[in-house]
Design a protein around this ligand. Structure first.
Ligand SMILES: Cc1cc2nc3c(=O)[nH]c(=O)nc-3n(C[C@H](O)[C@H](O)[C@H](O)COP(=O)(O)O)c2cc1C
Length: 200
């Protein structure tokens, strides 16, 4: 059975409607693990080894967060830096994430029309979140289409409930829109003798 992991990064769950509803749906399911970064690390100090182990133990990883200044909450970036270790996630010997599946689940305050090519921002949520797709490419992961719920203030309870159900289906069954080849690229074959810790 595919083991799914949701990494939740919301700085203020006490005020959340969307992430809270999504998290509640996930918590009811035995085949999906929910890991709340802000609850686990209130001091912001992430245990990289524990996080890498958790990721190793799962096949599908979904990063859940509210869009925050067209970016994501800072603890998710810290988590990413801890996970993306050369020799583990990428580079020589770095194959821990290879052929796993990565996805994101994003809520926004602005409505969906704003995130259209001819909308207020002129950029789609695919474009805004492209760093996650590139993270998948860099580490040889499959990448899911983003799961989104826009217009948080206009979102009624029925929409929220439907979204939570759709979220569970997405976590379990969504088809990757980017399929990794499973082949090593040149960086993975290259043995660097200097700058062992450098990003490449
Ligand atoms: C500091 C901050 C920055 C935000 N930046 C954005 C943004 O750039 N774009 C956007 O559409 N919504 C933005 N929002 C709105 C949140 O994305 C929205 O309230 C959230 O996704 C709703 O989900 P929740 O109910 O789980 O909190 C921001 C909210 C906060 C508090």
């Amino acid at each position: 059975m595919t083991r799914a992991l949701v990494i939740l990064a919301h700085p203020d769950m006490s005020r959340s409607r969307i992430s809270r509803r999504w998290a509640e749906a996930v918590l009811d399911e035995n085949d999906i693990t929910l890991h709340d970064l802000y609850a686990r690390y209130p001091d912001g100090q992430i245990d990289g080894e524990a996080e890498r182990q958790l990721v190793s133990d799962h096949d599908r990883i979904v990063l859940q967060f509210p869009l925050t200044w067209y970016s994501w909450p800072p603890l998710l970036s810290v988590w990413q830096t801890e996970i993306m270790k050369r020799g583990w996630a990428y580079g020589p010997g770095g194959r821990a994430l290879r052929l796993k599946t990565l996805g994101i689940a994003v809520s926004t305050g602005s409505n969906g029309r704003d995130y259209q090519p001819d909308g207020r921002y002129g950029r789609t949520l695919d474009e805004v979140t492209v760093p996650f797709e590139l993270m998948a490419v860099h580490t040889g992961m499959h990448y899911l289409p983003p799961f989104t719920l826009t217009g948080a203030r206009e979102c009624d309870d029925a929409t929220l409930a439907a979204s939570a159900l759709a979220y569970l289906a997405h976590i379990r069954q969504a088809e990757p829109r980017l399929i990794a080849s499973g082949k090593d690229d040149d960086r993975a074959r290259t043995v660097y003798t200097e700058d062992a810790g450098a990003h490449r």
